[in-house]
Design a protein around this ligand. Structure first.
Ligand code: FAD
Length: 395
C-alpha cells in the first residue's frame, strides 16, 4: 500500500462558505472630530463596537480646544496646551482615521466625497463638524473679507497663522479690529488687549450689544470689562474690508492693520445639496435622538445640528453634553436596539475670559466675575484637554 499523504495541503486552505463574499462589516463613518465624537472615540477605546467598522474623517491631527484659544492669544497658554492630539485617541479606539475633509455628501447614495476626490460609502453616518465661517457668503456681505480678513475658523488654521501676527504686533503697535461681538469675539478682543498693550483694539458689534445672547446683567458686566480695558466698542457692522481699512455701515472707515473676523456660526456649504433635511439657516434638522429628520441612518450633533422641538444652545458645553447619548444611539443602531432621546442641558455655565486672568460667569440669570472665575475656567479647560490626552481606560 502506497503511503497516502495524511494531509492534503490544498484541502486545508480556507474554503469559502456558500456563494457569498464572506463577512463584510457594515461601516459607521464619524465625520469631524468635534466634541461629541471625541467622547465616542474615548468610549470605543473602552468598549469596542462589535458589528461595524468605524472610520473617522477629520482633517487636522490636533484639535484646538476653542475655549482655550483666547488664552493662547493672551499669552497664558502655549499652543500644545490647547490642542487635543487625535492620533493617540484614534489608535486606542481602533478606528480607521482619514485625515481628510468632506467636500460633498449624497444622503441618497450614502456616500461622502472627500477632498482627495475619493468616495467613502457608509451604512451609518454621524456628523459632528461644528460651525464654519462661510467665506463665499461673508465675501458677499463684506467684500474684501477673503483677501484682507483673518478668519477665526477653522481654528487650527488660525492658530497656525497666529505666531506670525503676534510677531508683527510685538515688533510694532498694530490696529486690530475684531468683527463680531459674540462671546468669542469679546474674549478675543480682551485677549489682544492683554497681549499687546500698545496696540489699539476695536470691537464691532453690529446693531447689538456685545454678548447679546446672554442675560442683561452679564452683558452689563461685559460692557464694563471692555471699557475698563480701553477697547473701543463701535455698534456698527463692517460692510467692506480694504487694504488698511474697514468700512462701516455708516460709510465711515476705520484704519486697521488686522481685521479679525469672529462672525457667528454658519452652516457648511456642502450640506446644501446633500439631500438632508436642513433648517432655514442650513444646519442639519435632527429629532430628539439627534437623528436626521429625513435620513434615519444619519446623525448630527453639536453646532452643525438643529432641533425644532426645543432651542438648542450652540456652544461647546452643549456639544460636549451630547456625546454620551450619541454614543448610546450609534451602538443601538448597529445592534438594532431602541434609541434614546437626548436631553440638551436647559442651562449651561458660560465662562468668558477677560484676557487678564479674570473672567465673567453666567448661569441662567446669575452672573459673577473675578479672578476666581478665571481660576475655575482654567482648571475646567485644562482638565478637558488632559482627559483626552490620557488613555481612556484609565478614567
Ligand atoms: C474664541 C471662541 C471661544 C469659545 N469659547 C467657548 C466657551 O467658553 N464655552 C463654550 O461652550 N463654547 C465656546 N465656544 C464655542 C465652541 O467652540 C463651539 O460651540 C464648539 O466647539 C462646537 O463644538 P462641535 O463639537 O459642534 O464642533 P467643533 O468643536 O468645532 O469640531 C468640529 C470638527 O469638525 C472638523 N471639520 C470641520 N469641517 C470639516 C469637514 N469639511 N470635513 C471633515 N471634518 C471637518 C473640525 O476639524 C473639527 O474636528 C467658543 C468659540 C470660539 C470661536
Amino acid at each position: 500500500m502506497s503511503a497516502a499523504p495524511l494531509h492534503d495541503p490544498a484541502e486545508s486552505d480556507p474554503q469559502p462558505v456558500g456563494d457569498g463574499p464572506g463577512y463584510l462589516p457594515r461601516q459607521l463613518v464619524l465625520l469631524g472630530a468635534g466634541q461629541a465624537h471625541m467622547h465616542t472615540l474615548a468610549q470605543l477605546a473602552k468598549h469596542p463596537l462589535v458589528g461595524a467598522r468605524v472610520v473617522l474623517v477629520a482633517p487636522y491631527a490636533g484639535q484646538i480646544y476653542a475655549r482655550m484659544l483666547p488664552g493662547l492669544l493672551a499669552g497664558h497658554y502655549q499652543h500644545e496646551d490647547c490642542v487635543i492630539p487625535l492620533e493617540p485617541l484614534v489608535r486606542r479606539s481602533g478606528v480607521q482615521w482619514l485625515s481628510r475633509s468632506v467636500r460633498r455628501l449624497d444622503a441618497q447614495a450614502r456616500t461622502l466625497q472627500l477632498d482627495d476626490g475619493s468616495t467613502l460609502p457608509y451604512d451609518w453616518l454621524s456628523i459632528n463638524t461644528g460651525p464654519v465661517q462661510n467665506r463665499a457668503l461673508l465675501e458677499q456681505s463684506i467684500p474684501g473679507a477673503r483677501e484682507h480678513g483673518l478668519f477665526l475658523r477653522p481654528m487650527e488654521s488660525f492658530a497656525a497663522l497666529w505666531p506670525k501676527v503676534a510677531e508683527m504686533a510685538d515688533a510694532r503697535a498694530l490696529r486690530f479690529t475684531v468683527i463680531g461681538a459674540g462671546a468669542g469675539g469679546v474674549e478675543i478682543a480682551m485677549a489682544l488687549r492683554q497681549r499687546f498693550a500698545s496696540s489699539s483694539v476695536t470691537l464691532l458689534s453690529g446693531q447689538q450689544l456685545p454678548a447679546s445672547d446672554f442675560p442683561a446683567a452679564f452683558q452689563l458686566k461685559v460692557l464694563a470689562a471692555l471699557n475698563a480695558r480701553r477697547i473701543t466698542l463701535i455698534r456698527e457692522a463692517a460692510v467692506a474690508i480694504r487694504a488698511g481699512e474697514v468700512v462701516l455701515a455708516s460709510g465711515a472707515s476705520l484704519a486697521c492693520d488686522v481685521p479679525l473676523l469672529s462672525t457667528g456660526p454658519q452652516a457648511a456649504a456642502w450640506l446644501q445639496d446633500s439631500g438632508l433635511a436642513l433648517d432655514e439657516a442650513g444646519f442639519v434638522a435632527v429629532d430628539s435622538c439627534q437623528r436626521s429628520r429625513s435620513h434615519p441612518q444619519v446623525f448630527a450633533t453639536g453646532d452643525v445640528s438643529s432641533r425644532s422641538d426645543r432651542a438648542l444652545a450652540r456652544n461647546g458645553h452643549a456639544a460636549q453634553r451630547a456625546g454620551p447619548a450619541l454614543d448610546f444611539n450609534l451602538r443601538a443602531c448597529v445592534h438594532g436596539t431602541a434609541l434614546k432621546p437626548h436631553q440638551p442641558p436647559q442651562r449651561t455655565l458660560s465662562l468668558l475670559s477677560c484676557g487678564d486672568q479674570r473672567a465673567i460667569a453666567s448661569w441662567g440669570r446669575w452672573s459673577a466675575q473675578g479672578r476666581w472665575v478665571w481660576w475655575l475656567k482654567n482648571w475646567l479647560d485644562r482638565r478637558v484637554v488632559a482627559r483626552f490626552k490620557t488613555d481612556p481606560k484609565q478614567y
